[in-house]
Design a protein around this ligand. Structure first.
Ligand SMILES: *Cc1c(COP(=O)(O)O)cnc(C)c1O
Length: 364
């Protein structure tokens, strides 16, 4: 009685292994709903992959993964002064992302030995330092002797042509700000505190990464990946819902929360999966351009009698919602003539994984 994600384990694991092999220094991203798999499961899978660092989205996500993965934990959301201090057992494992000059001082005053990466503002314009700000950040870092600079981070837009020009410009900014020399031993002969030798990136192709490794041989390139890693082989994943009830209806019968009447004879099906699972909240294709949405509507988002197309399919045909999804179940309308499934049957569902909560995950 569930919305179920079934994973072909051998196929999924061999895909994960292939991605890890093709992307040296891989940092699996396990944020949010864990791309449908839950963050805890992805943390364990990352341990199995043998990586040394995973990335979470927020500080709040740390407790859910920290006991399932033993390595370093990069937090993608930039640190701010209102973030609570970390418990001592986590403090040494967490790598903070810092994106404002004032936060460099504030973080290192609170946690002098903090590990941090400096995020650079990319064409995404989300978070991070400009070239000028990076210069100031380097000044501040010089005053905090025990800080551990773990590199710079770039969050690039989803590929639209090559990112290399932008990455080169940003790396030159970072080198220009003198961050590299932060890692040199101080005059007191103390060992280095880390420096700018690592660049954490997202959304670079393997080819772009290879080009950067060639141009910047002194640097370690660390690709952060979520979607292409966990969801990169869709054929390994099957999503099904259970048929919970079936009612034969005649034209004019009323049904549902709003007492709507059936426009023509057929069957009402009640299937598992509703708004609580994320069903019906999003266009399932993930293609959300205005043009695509307009096309969906035009192409029969609504059928002739006003029903909306659902993500549930029976016999390879996407079926209609009889009314908007309920919290844990959905009502579908099946016109007469179609094969009628029986209670307990499983039917296919197309979902947007990053917005779906499954009742059950079956991993073979
Ligand atoms: C989510 C996220 C990623 C991973 O993105 P995918 O498209 O899922 O691979 C990488 N870096 C940052 C900063 C992110 O927020």
């Amino acid at each position: 009685m569930a919305l179920t994600l079934t994973v072909d384990g051998d196929r999924w694991r061999s895909h994960l292994r292939g991605v890890a092999d093709a992307n040296p220094g891989l940092v699996p991203v396990v944020k949010g709903n864990g791309y449908g798999f839950t963050p805890g499961r992805l943390a364990r899978k990352s341990e199995w992959l043998g990586v040394d660092t995973i990335a979470v989205g927020t500080y709040e996500e740390l407790p859910g993964v920290a006991s399932r993965f033993g390595g370093s934990l990069l937090v993608l959301t930039p640190w701010r002064p209102f973030v609570a201090d970390l418990p001592p057992e986590l403090a040494g494992r967490v790598i903070h992302t810092v994106g404002r000059v004032e936060d460099v001082d504030a973080l290192l005053t609170r946690q002098p030995g903090a590990r941090l990466v400096l995020e650079l503002l990319t064409s995404m314009k989300r978070h991070g330092f400009t070239a000028r700000g990076l210069w100031d950040a380097a000044e501040h870092l010089r005053r905090h002797r025990s800080a551990r600079l773990e590199g710079v981070a770039l969050h690039l837009p989803l590929a639209q042509g090559s990112h290399l020009g932008e990455v080169r410009r940003l790396m030159n900014d970072a080198v220009g700000a003198g961050l590299q020399h932060l890692g040199q031993p101080g005059p007191d002969g103390q060992p280095g505190r880390g420096g700018l030798d690592t660049v954490w990136v997202s959304h670079l192709t393997a080819g772009e990464q290879a080009a950067l490794r060639t141009s910047y041989a002194d640097f370690t390139i660390r690709p952060r990946m979520g979607t292409d890693l966990w969801l990169g082989d869709r054929a390994a994943l099957t999503v099904t819902a259970t048929v919970l009830d079936v009612h034969e209806v005649e034209r004019g019968d009323s049904f549902g929360y709003r007492g709507r009447t059936v426009p023509k004879a057929g069957h009402l099906l009640v299937v598992s999966g509703g708004t609580a699972h994320g069903i019906g909240l999003e266009a399932p294709t993930g293609d959300s351009s205005i043009k695509a949405r307009a096309a969906t509507l035009a192409r029969g988002g609504l059928d002739a009698v006003g029903f909306v197309r659902s993500p549930f399919s029976i016999d390879d045909k996407q079926r209609l919602f009889a009314e908007p999804p309920h919290m844990q179940a959905s009502m579908l309308f099946l016109p007469s003539g179609a094969r009628v499934p029986t209670v307990g049957d499983e039917i296919d569902v197309r979902v947007r994984y990053t917005a779906t909560t499954f009742d059950r995950i079956v991993l073979s």
